[in-house]
Every structure is written in structure tokens, then in C-alpha cells.
Design a protein around this ligand. Structure first.
Ligand SMILES: Nc1ncnc2c1ncn2[C@@H]1O[C@H](COP(=O)(O)OP(=O)(O)OP(=O)(O)O)[C@@H](O)[C@H]1O
Length: 252
């Protein structure tokens, strides 16, 4: 097994965001985490990434826990965080070379991987020589995605990877995720872009009230393709959604 989470809980003040959450994600899976705004998806991913300290629970990656194998475990992780923090004073190429150095790639490996990833994602090569501060949201996202996979992590965690990408870049990312997934790796994604989720997910988790209200294969979720992912999600979440709110004031 690749990611094993047991009894994970996290509250912010009085708000209990995660409550005794258990989940195992096996190698070979592309696990997509769905759920309403503010339900705790990023909190969950950030706990796995050790960016947020949980109140309780254990997280085991690749059979090792953080406490005893901190650096070793983290070297096998690649991540795109929701706020996609980059060093904006760097150019795109400088930033990717910097990340390659952090992961101790050889100059040849770094050169090969950076040029293949930037050729893949950027038609406008000139922009890679400009400071990231001047990039659009989508360009920054592409740099963040490239940085997350440069070192070929065994566990790739992508928080809202499709948001801000144009349809061509989003389709390229779908292809990249599908190619990246293999029996020795796990990909974990949080996303609201269900059209793209449908194309990459092998497994689905639906977070609600601090727990996974669904956890299983995409086939089971869509009843073997009888429903689209969005229909299946609405059926699951709508009973809990307030549809009574009156918005008649805006009709005339
Ligand atoms: N550092 C923090 N301090 C206080 N509350 C926080 C903090 N981070 C998150 N929260 C709260 O925790 C809840 C879960 O937030 P989170 O960002 O994990 O949700 P999400 O499911 O990723 O949302 P979205 O889909 O809108 O990105 C929200 O109510 C949010 O306001």
C-alpha cells in the first residue's frame, strides 16, 4: 500500500474539519478527492504533505511514517499546493532548475526533464525567460505542475491542478497524469473539474462532514458508467444541500 491514513482529525478553532478519517490508497491508483467548497480537501492533502499538523491520527507513506523517516518519505513526494507558491523573482527556467537542484538531479537529468516538460506545456518559450511575477495564473500553474514531477515522485499530490488552465493545457495535463500513473506510483488529486476527473480517476473519495461519505472505484461510483461523475456526486450530496434558499429577487 502506498498511502495509509488512520484516525485523522483536524479542527480549526471550533470547526471540526476532519474527524477520525481512515483511508488507504494503493499503488497504481489515481485517487480523486471531491467535495463542496470549504469541506476540508486541501486541509486533508496538506496534512499528508506535513504542511498542517493534524490533531490526531497517523499517516504512513510507502510503508513508512513521517516521524521515523521524515526526509526519505518527503523525497518520494511531489506536490502542487492549492495556492501554488513559487519564487516569483525567478524566471520559469530558473525556478525549475532550482527545484531540480533541491532534489539533487544531475545537470544532465535536470536539463532533459525541464526541456521536455516545458516543451510539453509551453508553446510560448520566451515567457520561460521572464520573471514568474509577470505570469498569468495558468502559466504559474504549469510551472508548479512541472516542478511537482521533475524528480519522478512515487506519490504525486495535486490540489486543484486543472483550475486556471486553458482547455488545451488541461487536456495535456490529463494525458500527463494518465502517463504518469503506473503500478509503482500513486496520484492523489483534489478537484472540482469533474470533466477532467472523469478522464483520470481510478478511485473517488467524497469528503463531507469530516469523513469520506464515499470511497471506492470510479466504476462503482458511476454504476459502471450508468451515471456521469457529476450526476453521481449530485445524488450523493444534494440531500445535504440547502436548495430552499430564495433567489427570486433577481428574476425581475
Ligand atoms: N489555517 C486555517 N485557519 C482557520 N481555518 C482554516 C484554515 N485553513 C482552512 N480553514 C478552514 O477549514 C475549512 C476547510 O478548508 P479547506 O481549504 O481544506 O477546504 P476545501 O475543501 O479545500 O475548499 P475549496 O474546495 O473551496 O478549495 C474551511 O472552513 C476553512 O475556512
Amino acid at each position: 500500500m502506498s498511502i495509509e491514513i488512520s484516525g485523522l482529525s483536524k479542527a480549526f478553532g471550533k470547526k471540526q474539519v476532519l474527524q477520525d478519517l481512515n483511508l488507504t490508497i494503493e499503488n497504481g491508483q489515481c485517487y480523486c478527492l471531491l467535495g463542496k467548497n470549504g469541506i476540508g480537501k486541501s486541509t486533508f492533502l496538506n496534512c499528508i504533505l506535513d504542511l498542517i499538523k493534524p490533531d490526531a491520527g497517523t499517516i504512513t507513506l510507502l510503508g513508512k511514517d513521517y516521524h521515523n523517516h521524515n526526509l526519505e518519505v518527503k523525497q518520494s513526494l511531489g506536490a502542487l499546493c492549492e495556492d501554488n507558491p513559487l519564487i516569483e523573482e525567478f524566471t520559469g527556467l530558473e525556478y525549475l532548475n532550482f527545484v531540480a537542484k533541491l532534489y539533487r538531479l544531475s545537470p544532465e537529468e535536470a536539463q532533459e526533464r525541464i526541456s521536455s516538460l516545458t516543451n510539453y506545456f509551453f508553446t510560448d518559450r520566451e515567457s520561460l525567460h521572464k520573471n514568474i511575477a509577470g505570469y498569468s495564473t495558468g502559466m504559474k500553474k504549469k510551472v508548479g505542475i512541472a516542478a511537482s514531477i521533475l524528480h519522478k515522485p512515487s506519490v504525486l499530490i495535486l490540489d486543484e491542478p486543472f483550475t486556471g488552465l486553458d482547455p488545451i493545457a488541461a487536456q495535456l495535463l490529463v494525458q500527463l497524469i494518465r502517463s504518469y500513473r503506473n503500478p509503482n506510483r500513486v496520484v492523489l488529486i483534489s478537484s472540482h473539474d469533474l470533466n477532467y476527473v472523469e478522464r483520470v480517476a481510478t478511485h473517488i473519495g467524497v469528503l463531507n462532514d469530516g469523513q469520506l461519505m464515499y470511497n471506492g472505484s470510479v466504476e462503482e461510483f458511476t454504476m459502471n458508467g450508468k451515471h456521469l461523475i457529476d450526476q453521481a456526486l449530485f445524488q450523493l450530496l444534494l440531500p445535504h444541500h440547502n436548495t430552499e434558499a430564495n433567489i427570486d429577487w433577481m428574476l425581475n
